[in-house]
Design a protein around this ligand. Structure first.
Ligand SMILES: [Zn+2]
Ligand SMILES: [Zn+2]
Length: 412
């Protein structure tokens, strides 16, 4: 078994790993680098089967539906065999109507927790893990008598923490290589606030806001949406989600997650999304939400009794609805977004309207203590870091670490 990390040994995101055995290859993730301005300008990795179809490429695993793991997938040949979770595929498919970052795949095998898939010399066993993306997997890859375990992105303080704990308590044995993410390496050596601990924090902010709390959060961060909904129940406010988010929730096909038809949930259609629906003539989708809609001219009246899921793309809708009196913005994304140059117009927009900004967030990635638990679960393995910035710190924190460079091939 030979391994090459095409990208990801020195950066968070853009991950792509190729594994070769008996002249065949398997790819783990084909991500878009986080700093890429145009996904179509990034050169494709030199993998046979990426630029043109090639029989040696047996599969491309998409560990989870985050763009830094699937963002180049649309550029691979149509017939490329993909392996992805069923709900993850449905989420990306539903997103495609509303966002250029959505994805429709043609040739798919579904990853199912702990169900091995055999592809030529490779046996791939997925393990469902806790992460801020829904339906995220770590994978064990076996070939030529060697075993490689790729953690993908994971954490152990979200709503599915028990999945990660279960993996750590009962990991695959005799693993030779542990490819472990290290996003939070270099940060403080302490555990993080759990999703459940965020519920009262959100509820306190909602109670302290006389007008509409606008929660800036990704429509695909399902764990967080559940957290916000629980805080809405606790503070006796209805939860207004945009139609894109309602579609993502529907795509999970999970009846335990908040859905448009639940009492206490209303669906708003921002102009940018209305325009997409018109252009694609997807009226069956907008019609299906008719009984659950809240219209722009109802927002001001509902402000004191509601919480709205929000993204900066919705500012014109909110200005038009005149619903911002005594409102607040709850920042439930990575706080670096507000510091970025390209979001300064939004900082100005908030300031001009006198909106206070309240952070309420926890990381989508494992804390250093949880990374340590994961590393120690694979005592026989050499640990190779991916998806990180501080590789020197990774070497100092964990035992038996081997740093590899982008594009370097090595024998397992
Ligand atoms: Zn990632
Ligand atoms: Zn991720």
């Amino acid at each position: 078994m030979k391994v090459c990390i095409h990208r990801g040994t020195k950066e968070i995101g853009g991950t792509c790993v190729e594994i070769e055995a008996q002249g065949k290859s398997l790819v783990l993730d084909v991500g878009l680098p986080l700093d890429a301005s145009n996904p179509d300008e990034i050169p494709l990795h030199p993998v046979k089967g990426f630029a043109a179809p090639d029989e040696s490429l047996l599969g491309v695993v998409i560990s989870h539906p985050h763009q830094d793991h699937y963002g180049l997938a649309h550029r691979l040949p149509e017939e490329t065999p993909f392996l992805i979770g069923k709900a993850a595929e449905a989420i990306l498919d539903a997103a495609a109507l509303f966002s250029p970052s959505g994805l429709k795949l043609k040739n798919v095998k579904h990853l199912t927790d702990r169900t091995p898939i055999v592809l030529g010399p490779f046996t791939i066993t997925p393990f469902l893990v806790d992460h801020s993306a829904y339906d995220s997997y770590a994978v064990l890859v076996e070939a030529d008598g060697k075993r490689l375990f790729y953690t993908g992105d994971f954490r152990a303080h979200g709503r599915k923490a028990s999945l990660t704990d279960r993996l750590i308590e009962n990991p695959p044995k005799k693993v030779d290589i542990l490819l472990m993410e290290g996003t939070c390496v270099g940060r403080e050596d302490k555990t993080y606030t759990t999703e459940d601990e965020l519920v009262p924090q959100f509820a306190d902010i909602f109670r302290a806001t006389p007008g509409m709390p606008l929660v800036w959060c990704s429509g695909q961060n399902i764990d967080r949406i559940v957290t916000i909904f629980k805080a809405c129940l606790a503070s006796k406010r209805q939860f207004i989600v945009d139609m894109y988010t309602a579609e993502i929730l529907r795509a999970t096909d999970n009846p335990r997650l908040p859905q448009a038809e639940w009492s206490g949930v209303r669906v708003f259609l921002p102009d940018t999304q209305r325009w997409r629906i018109k252009r694609e003539k997807a009226f069956d989708i907008s019609d299906s939400y008719k009984p659950h809609r809240i219209h722009w001219n109802q927002l001001a009246g509902a402000a004191t009794k509601s919480v709205m899921l929000f993204r900066p793309s919705m500012v014109r809708d909110l200005d038009g609805a005149e619903c911002l009196q005594n409102a607040s913005v709850v920042c439930s994304v990575w706080d670096g977004y507000l510091e970025g140059e390209k979001n300064q117009w939004f900082v100005k927009w908030m300031a001009e309207r006198g909106l206070s900004v309240r952070p309420c967030h926890t990381s989508g990635h494992a804390s250093v203590p949880d990374l340590r638990r994961m590393r120690d679960a694979f005592p026989d393995a050499v640990a190779v870091p991916v998806h990180l910035q501080d590789r020197q710190r990774f070497s100092a924190l964990f035992r038996n670490v081997r740093l590899r460079d982008d594009g370097e091939w090595w024998e397992a």
